[in-house]
Ligand binder design. Structure first.
Ligand code: PHE
Length: 377
């Protein structure tokens, strides 16, 4: 073999290895996810994560987008304030993700949104409903409705279905979600000619709500609205019944976890909440999703799982439409989303990067969540 030919061979080999390496790095689209996999809202975080993970698996099985597969890099924020900033920084700087999915809880989404906006990393929250999340900036989106709508839905439910004119409010002052939902609920109650007869506060993590409930009972409300998360709400429902409060208690999407029933026991019976999705919804996309989710995880999906799935699917769709995975281009494509068909229904982004979707009302009956009705926006 001539020296020249050998050189040629070595150079060729080196070029193949080099371009091979480049091709691998370019072949993968890295997507970041931050979620409350442990801690107080672990049930939400796990369900949302499973939905997201299933979507990424489905996308990759179908060949990915732009001829590239996805890699999902997930970080646990432990349901703790301060953690979203840390893990999201890490995902962006160390792992070089090109987009971000998360979180369920509005306070934590708000924290991470500021970083994603600054770094021009498009972020899609699956299920944070506080308006402030997307107000952070033009890189921040969500695939769910917002709380001015959810608050109005539950205020109308109180006056029309429960026939409750005088209602009480119990708000978690540590949660942006709870504060916002309480405010929007109150606005609509007053518009409907109703009255807030008692307004009490608590802090996420509290375990004893008897003082607040006793004061609420004394005001004689016909219903009590609790815009909280299942961990505290389960305990509240128990304590309310122990104190002899017999009127219905109702809340928003923060109630939707099996743990609500585990914590609240029989006291959960006969109460109501609004949410985004029910596995009883019978669209083809939903039926297909329920079947796949159950096969993989052995449980029925809930709203968080469905919205997690839709958030990842919408991101992939936007990349396909953009013909790119670069932040600014994906951002523009996300903003232009129109009638994207997902598990939870159609998603169209409004001018403020929020989705407009119907709400679902659920009643707790015989220890199970049972679909009552859908309320159109
Ligand atoms: N919407 C709630 C929030 O913004 C979180 C939540 C999402 C609760 C999905 C239940 C289901 O904080």
């Amino acid at each position: 073999m001539s020296k020249r030919f050998l050189l040629f061979l070595v150079a060729g080999l080196a070029a193949t290895v080099l371009s091979g390496e480049r091709a691998t790095a370019q072949d993968i689209i890295k997507v970041g996810e931050y979620a409350s996999l442990t801690g107080k809202e672990a049930s939400f975080g796990q369900m949302s994560h499973h939905g997201t993970e299933l979507a990424i698996a489905d996308l990759n099985a179908a060949g990915g987008v732009l001829g590239r597969k996805f890699e999902l890099l997930t970080e646990d924020d432990e349901s703790k304030a301060g953690q979203p900033s840390t893990v999201v920084q890490k995902l962006i700087s160390r792992d070089k993700v090109v987009a971000m999915l998360g979180e369920v809880a509005s306070s934590r989404s708000l924290e991470a949104a500021r970083i994603c906006q600054e770094k021009q990393i498009p972020m899609i929250s699956p299920s944070s409903t506080n308006p402030k999340v997307t107000e952070t900036g033009d890189y921040i989106f969500r695939v769910c409705f917002i709380d001015p709508f959810q608050g109005a839905v539950m205020a109308n439910f109180a006056s029309r279905t429960l026939k409750a004119k005088n209602v009480a409010l119990l708000t978690d002052v540590k949660s942006d979600y709870s504060i916002g939902l309480a405010k929007f609920f109150k606005l609509q109650v007053e518009k409907n000619g109703g009255k807030i007869v008692a307004e009490k506060n608590y802090s996420g993590g509290d375990k004893d709500f008897r003082a607040q409930l006793t004061a609420i009972k004394a005001a004689n409300p016909e219903g009590i609205f609790i815009p909280g998360y299942y961990t505290e709400v389960g305990l509240m429902l128990r304590q309310a019944r122990q104190l002899g409060i017999k009127v219905p208690l109702f809340g928003g999407d923060g109630w939707e976890s099996d743990l609500l029933i585990k914590i609240g026991g029989a006291a959960v019976e006969g109460n109501y909440f609004s949410t985004h999705y029910s596995p009883e919804q019978s669209t083809p996309a939903s039926r297909d999703f329920v079947q796949k989710f159950q096969a993989k995880y052995g449980v029925l999906p809930d709203a968080m799982a469905a919205l997690g799935y839709d958030s990842a699917m919408l991101l992939a769709d936007a990349m396909k439409r953009a013909g790119s995975s670069e932040g600014p281009k994906v951002r523009t494509a996300l903003a232009a989303t129109k009638d994207f068909v997902g598990v939870t229904g159609k998603t169209t982004m409004d001018a403020n990067r929020n989705a407009t979707k119907p709400a679902v009302i659920i009643a707790v009956k015989n220890g199970k969540f049972s679909y009552v009705e859908s309320i159109e926006p």
